[in-house]
Design a protein around this ligand. Structure first.
Ligand SMILES: C[S@@+](CC[C@H](N)C(=O)[O-])C[C@H]1O[C@@H](n2cnc3c(N)ncnc32)[C@H](O)[C@@H]1O
Length: 255
């Protein structure tokens, strides 16, 4: 289950890659713009300002996220649905997916299916985290493998969850697209608040979600208690803040 409240604790940091991604889409007047894995919809609604005449559609598999998105102001259509089930209809000119495809193991094949179905001149833009080798993830995997919970924690994302910018670009260029792909490491400055290390707080909204789902509340609490001091060592709090470098991979393909 996704918790929109936990996820939105870092709304500002999480929304910046979305805007950096959308800035590179060159569509002038798309008919329909689809945001796949739209989450709580706070970013999806901003697309109406960029393309005022477009129909904006947000799709997410989490009923909790869609229920939060439906509270958003503006004329955006939100519905529950899986990325794996989605196919572009003939009026879709822009497809965006921000920080979602890393949760979809078949996304590479889906990209290859969608491109031939998209209109000539359509745009497909996505961003995925590329931080699976960072200390936060390495430590999460080490703690997952070393406790009594190890057999239950098989759903944590690893480095195979996403490709390099070059691998995505090659796949999409081979399908006839013009591709703009890059990577950026953001340096998030996370404030320390009482009771929880900031990086643990950040991870609670995303990377740790499969662990919370797989373990009983008491086992999850023990898992987090083992992880937190290791995160605190890797990401020291200095002057009330912690620096979290976060690499992300961006791909914009134009048919
Ligand atoms: C990290 S959030 C990103 C949300 C939003 N795009 C953003 O940038 O804030 C990942 C979202 O992907 C959704 N998601 C994960 N797997 C999905 C799937 N197979 N189909 C549709 N949505 C999925 C989750 O429900 C969650 O809302």
């Amino acid at each position: 289950m996704w918790d929109p409240g936990t996820y939105l604790k870092f709304a500002d940091e999480r929304s910046r890659p979305f805007h950096d991604l959308v800035a590179r889409i060159g569509a002038a007047a798309p008919r329909t713009v689809v945001d796949l894995g739209c989450g709580p919809g706070d970013q999806t609604v901003t697309l109406a300002a960029r393309w005022p005449s477009a129909r904006i559609v947000g799709i997410d598999s989490s009923p909790e996220m869609i229920s939060r998105a439906l509270e958003s102001p503006g004329d955006v259509s939100f519905s529950v649905g899986a990325v794996e089930e989605w196919k572009p209809s003939s009026d879709v000119d822009v497809v965006i997916s921000n920080a979602t495809l890393q949760w979809v193991p078949t996304h590479r094949e889906l990209l290859s299916e969608w491109i031939p179905l998209l209109n000539a001149d359509a745009w497909l833009a996505f961003q995925v985290p590329g931080n699976f080798d960072s200390p936060s993830h390495v430590l999460m995997h080490e703690v997952a493998a070393s406790g009594p919970w190890s057999g239950q924690l098989t759903g944590l994302r690893g480095s195979g969850a996403v490709d390099t910018p070059s691998a995505y670009a090659t796949r999409l260029m081979d399908l006839g697209c013009v591709v703009d792909a890059w990577e950026t490491t953001y340096l998030h400055v996370l404030p320390a608040v009482e009771g929880e290390h900031p990086v643990l707080r950040w991870m609670s909204g995303t990377a740790l979600r499969p662990a919370r789902q797989a373990l009983s509340p008491s086992d999850y609490a023990a898992f987090v208690a083992a992880l937190e001091p290791r995160l605190a060592e890797a990401y020291p709090v200095v002057d009330g803040r912690t620096l979290l470098p976060f690499r992300r991979v961006f791909v914009v393909a134009h048919r």
